[in-house]
Design a protein. Structure first.
Length: 551
């Protein structure tokens, strides 16, 4: 007679406990990997930059003074009560709203301004350098290198990062500081003023105290911010007074904005909108349509008659410039050659064959073709990731429905309470945005997430335990309710994490991620680390209380 043994079943309770430390470890590695990949991101053309082309011909000005007022928001720039000098220049010059792209940090912003290439390919450090010894030198061509090739003398006065960034770009004179406040800016201006009447043809002046006020003195809605903006405006006045705007050109712009509470780096609209004001030789006065940050470098090239920076993706602002039709034709011919070189380099770098369709301008059509090629490769790479993410998102609720697990409703309700409480503190009470602008420091963010996730999970756990009267049903039942709440919370957190995986991959590789999706994914993964880590003690405490209560 044969004995029929009962099939072995998986002990889901034990499996759920064993998987928690593994999930916590995986969440730590993933969150750390996302940060590290962004910090170490390199342009696909980092080692294969396109070669520079020929110059654009006769300059439109004797010299250009490019003033970067760090973090100056567009709305602050139009406040005539605190920036009367800039308003005066706006009245006699050309002006427009300027748009940048994330990440809205200074390092990628400066690189975009000077190379004419977006952060995806300009090889900037996506996060600001951690210290002066770790500043990345430009690997892509820039307007200072173009000026050197044209035999023009150049100078820079500003923050110390510029010195290393432009180390190979032929800067002839420089003053660099590690200060960020008004005292440092006064030294920057004092060093730069004599250059404005000398032989230098391209002078960059960096004013930093507005950014300092945003970070350390109350943010853009504070009186300290307005005072810093007013002092920066006065410094612009000193610069303008040294120039002969019949022969010289003054350009004032910003590298990014700041959110109201202070901070930048994310993709908030206020952090990605900057002023552009240009007065003097070469510019036709008036208000113009919005421009992009990449348009600055090619415009400087036209003003100075240099070659276009070889990785340039922007349009020279010809509608603002006093150029003759013959010059426009020559500029377009040079731009066509530059775009062809860039297209070949980018195509080889990402392994895509790119076809350019005729467009309004050769730059517009080439950039559209490059973007379509990037999206095409991304779409193919996302197919299998989308399938995995969709399966992992749909499978758990499907199994619960099939098994008619009504007991899962309480843990799911607890998980929803967790999300509500976490985001109530994060976005409503503390005014954080879902982007890098709210991150004041890596360590501070981790502590914040740990405390907020822990408190939210404890509140959700208590609600479920008392709602189900789990403590009255013994140790095993109490532990099961706690474990169910933890895993329901982890499931909900997995949804933004898996969407980020589908869109951006595990970490950024050959192209920059969609930053909002990645930040939401990172925030979810970081929470999952602490929810999983706290889950084991909660299960143990639940079992202990249930055992004591049952006795």
């Amino acid at each position: 007679m044969r004995l029929h043994r009962k099939p072995k079943t998986i002990n889901l309770f034990l499996l759920g406990i064993l998987l928690l430390p593994l999930l916590a470890a995986g969440a730590y590695l993933w969150a750390n990997g996302m940060i590290t990949a962004l910090m170490e991101y390199r342009s696909p053309m980092a080692a294969s930059a396109p070669a520079p082309g020929v110059g654009l011909g006769e300059p439109l000005t004797r010299r250009v003074a490019l003033v970067v007022v760090d973090a100056l928001r567009y709305d602050s720039s139009t406040d005539t009560a605190i920036m009367p000098v800039l308003e005066g220049l706006r009245n006699i010059g050309a002006y427009a709203r300027m748009h940048s792209r994330p990440p809205s940090f200074s390092a990628p912003g400066w690189t975009t301004i000077l190379t004419g290439a977006w952060p995806d390919i300009n090889d900037a450090q996506q996060f600001n350098p951690p210290d002066p010894g770790n500043v990345r030198t430009f690997t892509q061509d820039d307007i200072f290198a173009a000026a050197q090739r044209a035999g023009l003398e150049t100078a820079v006065s500003g923050y110390s990062w510029f010195e290393q960034m432009l180390a190979n770009s032929g800067v002839d004179a420089g003053f660099y500081t590690i200060g960020e406040d008004n005292a440092a800016d006064e030294q920057v201006i004092a060093a730069a003023l004599p250059w404005l009447t000398g032989d230098y043809r391209l002078i960059l002046i960096h004013i930093d105290q507005v950014d300092y006020a945003g970070h350390h003195e109350g943010g853009p809605i504070s009186a300290n911010w307005k005072a810093a903006v007013a002092r920066a405006d006065s410094m612009i006045g000193q610069i303008a007074a040294r120039l002969d705007l019949q022969q010289d050109t003054l350009i004032i712009l910003s590298d990014h904005g700041q959110i109201d509470r202070g901070g930048h780096g994310g993709n908030e609209p206020v952090a990605l909108l900057e002023p552009f004001v240009a007065a003097g030789a070469g510019f036709l006065p008036g208000q113009y349509q919005d421009i992009d940050m990449v348009d600055i470098a090619p415009t400087l090239a036209v003003l100075l008659g240099t070659s276009l920076p070889a990785s340039n993706q922007g349009l020279p602002l010809l509608e603002m410039l006093d150029v003759q039709p013959k010059q426009v034709g020559a500029i377009q011919a040079v731009a066509a050659d530059q775009q062809a070189q860039l297209l070949a380099a980018y195509s080889a770098a990402i392994g895509e064959t790119i076809t350019v369709e005729p467009g309004e301008t050769v730059i517009t059509s080439t950039q559209l073709a490059m973007e379509l090629a990037r999206k095409g490769r991304l779409a193919r790479e996302r197919v299998w990731r989308n399938m995995i993410a969709l399966l992992l998102i749909v499978l758990p609720p499907y199994l619960l429905v099939v098994r008619k697990e009504k007991r899962a409703l309480w843990p799911l309700a607890g998980a929803l309470v967790y999300l509500l409480l976490f985001n109530l503190r994060f976005a409503v009470l503390d005014g954080n945005t879902y982007g890098l602008s709210s991150v004041r420091g890596q360590a501070e963010l981790i502590v914040y997430i740990a405390v907020t996730a822990g408190a939210s999970l404890l509140a959700a756990w208590l609600g479920v335990m008392f709602g189900q009267r789990a403590f009255l049903r013994g140790a095993r039942a109490a532990a099961g309710s706690a474990l169910g709440t933890v895993w329901a919370t982890l499931y909900l957190l997995s949804i933004p994490a898996l969407i980020n995986f589908a869109v951006n991959n595990y970490v950024a590789t050959w192209t920059l991620p969609e930053f909002t999706v990645q930040f939401l994914g990172f925030l979810a993964v970081a929470q999952a680390l602490f929810v999983a880590g706290l889950g084991l003690p909660l299960v143990g405490v639940s079992a202990l209380v249930g055992m004591i209560r049952n006795r």
